[in-house]
Design a protein. Structure first.
Ligand code: XBP
Ligand code: MG
Length: 257
């Protein structure tokens, strides 16, 4: 195998990519927070799918209020949204600690392979840092933050995905050119953000994103795959594909024109 590029990095999105956190995680936690604050709002699974076009929990609440709650009292302001979001994140943390959100197939396997071969790892997510760390701590242990050279999360950049900001931030922190890094994403907004920063991406579709456009993804698969649970390619090509995404597949994608 031609090693070509010397330092290589894998940059992972979190929500929908490492785990299907949205439907039974964030959505449920939003609803618990609404209830705790005596708000009559309740987001169904389907409705939440439409709200996901807005990245970021605070931005999602704001959008919902503006488009679906015309009678919100003017006294309900940014501070209330922040407090509501904080409460939602506490409920989300409880859901994570109860073990209700599993990692997606192949995630742990690929992280471990990358670590064993000294590939650099990083995170680029719209999610809050506390939510990101909650998921990593539960599944990979508290020491796992050291697995990732950079964890770019939440409000650290001015504009959330599909803006390229979070990927540009992570690249600058890694001090690597985009040609050395491969992104893992699950959504259209995510692959657009990666593409905007000059990065190739593998898109792993999920329940909420299976009908998303993937024009800007380099390879689209059903999931990362395991030896006993192989993945299918939905779009894109690699010469050698063993039914899962491993470092050989990553290397091929990075080297392709
Ligand atoms: C993730 C998001 C986040 C989560 C909730 O997008 O949009 O808003 O739904 O996170 P992506 P917070 O996977 O594209 O990064 O509530 O912590 O904002
Ligand atoms: Mg995502």
């Amino acid at each position: 195998m031609d090693e070509g590029i010397s330092v290589k990095a894998l940059i992972f999105d979190v929500d929908g990519t490492l785990a299907e956190t949205e439907c039974e995680g964030h959505r449920v936690a939003f609803n618990q927070a609404f209830q705790a604050l005596n708000l009559t709002w309740s987001w169904s699974k389907d409705f939440y799918g439409t709200l996901l076009k807005i990245g970021g929990g605070k931005e999602r609440i704001q959008y919902f209020m503006e488009t679906h709650q015309p009678h919100i009292p003017p006294s309900f302001r940014t501070k209330d949204i922040s407090e509501l979001h904080l409460l939602k994140n506490q409920f989300y943390g409880e859901i994570l600690r109860k073990g209700e959100i599993a990692l997606r197939p192949g995630v742990l396997r690929l992280l471990q392979e990358a670590r064993s071969k000294q590939w650099t790892l990083a995170i680029a997510t719209t999610s809050s840092l506390s939510n990101t760390m909650g998921l990593l701590n539960y599944h990979l242990g508290v020491e796992s933050k050291k697995w990732f050279q950079v964890i770019g999360a939440g409000d650290i950049v001015p504009h959330k995905k599909p803006a390229p900001d979070i990927y540009e931030f992570v690249l600058a922190q890694l001090n690597l050119p985009p040609e050395s890094c491969l992104v893992f994403e699950d959504s259209e907004a995510g692959v657009i953000a990666a593409h905007g920063a000059g990065l190739k991406s593998v898109m792993t579709l999920n329940t909420y994103t299976q009908n998303h456009s993937y024009d800007y993804a380099t390879l689209v698969v059903t999931h990362l795959g395991e030896p006993h649970q192989t993945a299918d390619i939905v779009s894109g090509t690699v010469a050698r594909f063993p039914g899962l995404i491993n470092l050989d597949v990553c290397q091929q994608l990075l080297e392709a024109n």
